[in-house]
Design a protein around this ligand. Structure first.
Ligand code: EPU
Length: 342
């Protein structure tokens, strides 16, 4: 690849994020292989350019001023399947593959494991970073390894699942050390004979009214459930849940229960309880509220949406108001799930 020729200048970043917010990148390049990525990184080093790596842009907001440096969009494709000794199937998948196309591919081949993660926007390479999760499943449950390039040396390193340090919406790749790597390939272990996970209340409820669950029907169920809770990306901008659900100590949870006696909880061990922030936001009057051109979605208050011509400044002001209000009224300091590049 001739990097110099492939680089574009002054590229509007809003076109590359699902929030549709963000000014121009000074320089922008799409890379289709690890070699092209290495060349782009070398070019950035030689020209002293800051780099930012972009996948599907579904969990990111750029500032209105854009990005002073080189944005590298990962378009590394490819899915290679092979059987393992114990009848599982390994899929080696390029980081630039579209996540939901991979889910569709595995379900169509009767491979179990990631069906509950249907319909999540974004690319495969982004999924380990925040350990995407939905309807009782986290992507870490199926990841065997992650391959990444170290930006400085351009060496490739394979991280085992253990080395990825996965936890709720978190991983090694979000740490200062992990940010020195770019994910290029992910190894998934899927099952030919798996067990369906119907533990999430919405999924269980779907199948009390419908036919018996199968792998394909679970995917359909998730697509239907998500369709009701998330806005149409053709109509508004969004990045799904804007904040993480808070994980509280038992003491904090008890205090919250005194305020909202009917609050559900996700898991409840001896020390920690995860609670749905969407529920709290609705109780505090945030559901469907709009200020300027940003707001919370009418069917799900954890989902922040942006309307045409919304700015990053308006978004930051809106979410800061939410953060302050939750802190003032419940004492909980909430954490953002979406990355703001400002
Ligand atoms: N709820 C309300 N009002 C609201 C929103 C939610 O009362 O406005 C209540 C619901 O009725 C339900 C509970 O809160 O009892 C949980 O709501 P929901 O099932 O919609 O899930 P969530 O906790 O808001 C999380 C993930 C989603 C994932 C769903 C399903 C986080 C930050 N979000 O949302 O993931 O799809 O569970 O598993 O953990 C994402 O990370 O971007 C994302 C969309």
């Amino acid at each position: 690849m001739d990097v110099q020729k492939s680089i574009k200048q002054d590229v509007l970043l809003k076109k590359f994020t699902t929030f549709r917010i963000g000014g121009p990148a000074d320089y922008f390049i799409s890379v289709h292989s690890t070699d092209e990525l290495k060349e782009a990184l070398q070019y950035a080093q030689e020209h002293n350019l800051k780099t930012f790596v972009l996948g599907g842009g579904s969990n990111i907001v750029f500032s209105d001023e854009g990005f002073r440096g080189l944005v590298i969009k990962i378009e590394i494709k490819g899915i290679v399947c092979h059987d393992t000794e114990n009848s599982d199937v390994m899929l080696e998948v390029g980081g630039g593959e579209v996540w939901d196309e991979l889910v569709s591919f595995s379900v169509s081949r009767n491979l179990y494991g990631i069906e509950n993660l249907s319909s999540i926007p974004g690319t495969v390479g982004a999924t380990p970073v925040q350990n995407i999760g939905a309807y009782g499943v986290e992507v870490k449950d199926c990841i065997e390894w992650v391959e990444a390039i170290e930006i400085q040396t351009r060496n490739i390193k394979r991280f085992s699942r253990k080395e990825c340090l996965f936890s709720y919406r978190d991983s090694f790749f979000k740490t200062a050390c992990g940010r020195k790597y770019i994910i290029v390939k992910v190894g998934f272990r899927l099952k030919k004979e798996g067990v369906l996970n119907l533990s999430y209340v919405d999924v269980a409820h779907y199948f009390t009214q419908k036919k018996s669950p199968t792998l394909k029907r679970v995917r359909e169920a998730i697509i239907t459930i998500r369709g009701k809770k998330f806005p149409n990306l053709n109509e508004v901008g969004t990045a799904g849940s804007f904040f993480k659900n808070p994980i509280l100590t038992q003491k904090e949870y008890k205090l919250l229960k005194e305020k909202f006696s009917d609050i559900p909880s996700y898991y409840n061990d001896a020390t920690r309880v995860k609670v749905p922030l969407g529920f709290i936001l609705e109780k505090l009057g945030w559901k469907g509220r709009t200020n300027n051109l940003v707001g919370t979605y009418k069917n799900q208050s954890l989902v922040v949406v942006s309307y045409k011509k919304a700015t990053c400044k308006q978004l930051v002001s809106f979410i800061s108001d939410i953060e302050k209000d939750v802190k003032n009224k419940t004492g909980i300091v909430i954490e953002r799930e979406v990355t703001l590049v400002v």
